[in-house]
Design a protein around this ligand. Structure first.
Ligand SMILES: Cc1cc2nc3c(=O)[nH]c(=O)nc-3n(C[C@H](O)[C@H](O)[C@H](O)COP(=O)(O)OP(=O)(O)OC[C@H]3O[C@@H](n4cnc5c(N)ncnc54)[C@H](O)[C@@H]3O)c2cc1C
Ligand SMILES: NC(=O)c1ccc[n+]([C@@H]2O[C@H](COP(=O)([O-])OP(=O)(O)OC[C@H]3O[C@@H](n4cnc5c(N)ncnc54)[C@H](OP(=O)(O)O)[C@@H]3O)[C@@H](O)[C@H]2O)c1
Length: 297
């Protein structure tokens, strides 16, 4: 049982011990489980991809609206303060990996063994609750880009999460003629979440109609044998990805980019995109590409 469940359990009064002695009204109050988590969302599904990665789904609060590509703060209650006994929420930023139309919310997560949140979050089970702060924000949204022909999604590691959402968003395929996902990880097993998602989009009756053959997938590894190798940055700078996909190099007239990876990757790819003449935009000032960190180093 997770700590989350233990927290919830402690608030549910055991009526078998109280109902004979206490007046009925008091017993009624005591039998009600007091909600213990602020902004609680119930976990419906958990999938472990390897010893470093897992994904999970939670029930979507009816009032939560977001744009595909945005992130929210999620977490668990921290351990009680030894002095006061009070518990505070332990929250981290997470990209919503499911599209804006989905009834559930999906997240794709790292497991940092000594990470304050994910050392515990990795043990959640269906039926547990997490905290979900209902204020989605972020720059990886279609509105932050000028119209173009080709949308590139550049991701390393868990940076694929916002693109898992956008890849299922009809607006993306309405606005772009071609959508290319470049995802790079160290090892093959780290690509599996993205590989299965692309396969699902291409085979699902509704999603394949939305995608309409426009989605192209370019996964690579850097530290294990695979049919395509190399960093996203190197494959762009050398022109290999354009040769492999049979398309012209990036140009500011046609190409739009979204970047999500570690800080060093983000910095390096921005230089490359700038070199192709693309400019960084934002919600308030749409341009040719947008960037978001996949985590804080
Ligand atoms: C805008 C934004 C969106 C994010 N979206 C996601 C997401 O969708 N999925 C996700 O797993 N994380 C995401 N993160 C990272 C997340 O907020 C936490 O850092 C992560 O869950 C680990 O939390 P922690 O408390 O266990 O460890 P922390 O104390 O937060 O991190 C400890 C260390 O672990 C490493 N680390 C943290 N996160 C990652 C990661 N995702 N990949 C590789 N190394 C990492 C870093 O070196 C970090 O210094 C996002 C971060 C930001 C800023
Ligand atoms: N993935 C693992 O197997 C593993 C295992 C144990 C611990 N960790 C630790 O966990 C943390 C995160 O690891 P991670 O693998 O999820 O993420 P990561 O280190 O950000 O690597 C993910 C991918 O991004 C590439 N990359 C890194 N910096 C880049 C840059 N400046 N430009 C272009 N591409 C770049 C990496 O290529 P390169 O391989 O060429 O760097 C790798 O293919 C690291 O601190 C790591 O030491 C990872």
């Amino acid at each position: 049982m997770t700590e989350q469940m233990q927290v919830a359990d402690t608030t549910v009064t055991d009526t078998s011990a109280t109902h004979t002695a206490a007046p009925q009204a008091a017993a009624d109050v005591k039998t009600k489980a007091v909600p213990t988590l602020p902004d609680a969302a119930k976990v419906t599904e958990v999938k472990h991809w390897n010893d470093r990665l897992f994904s999970f789904k939670v029930e979507r609060p009816q009032t939560l609206r977001f744009r595909s590509g945005e992130f929210v703060m999620i977490g668990l209650m921290n351990d009680p303060d030894p002095k006061t006994g009070k518990q505070k929420p332990l929250l981290r930023a997470y990209s919503i990996a499911s599209p804006s139309w989905d009834e559930e919310l999906e997240f794709y997560s790292i497991k940092v063994q000594d990470g304050p949140l994910t050392s515990r979050l990795q043990h959640i089970q269906p039926g547990d609750e997490i905290i979900l702060r209902p204020k989605p924000v972020g720059t990886l949204v279609v509105d932050a880009l000028l119209p173009g022909k080709r949308l590139w999604m550049f991701a390393t590691g868990t940076g694929i999460a916002p693109f898992a959402s956008l890849m299922r968003e009809p607006e993306v395929y309405e606005k772009f003629e071609e959508v290319i996902l470049m995802h790079t990880c160290r090892e093959v097993s780290e690509l599996e979440y993205g590989r299965q998602l692309v396969e699902h989009i291409k085979s699902d009756e509704i999603l394949s109609e939305i995608e309409d053959g426009k989605l192209r997938y370019y996964p690579t590894t850097t530290r294990e044998a695979f049919h395509h190798k190399g960093r996203v940055t190197d494959n762009l700078a050398s022109g290999k990805v354009f040769e492999d996909l049979g398309i012209p190099p990036l140009c500011p007239e046609n190409d739009r980019g979204m970047v999500c990876g570690n800080l060093a990757f983000n910095k390096d790819i921005m230089k490359i995109l700038d070199g192709f003449g693309l400019r960084e935009g934002a919600n308030s000032e749409p341009k040719e590409y947008v960037v978001e960190k996949a985590f804080v180093d």
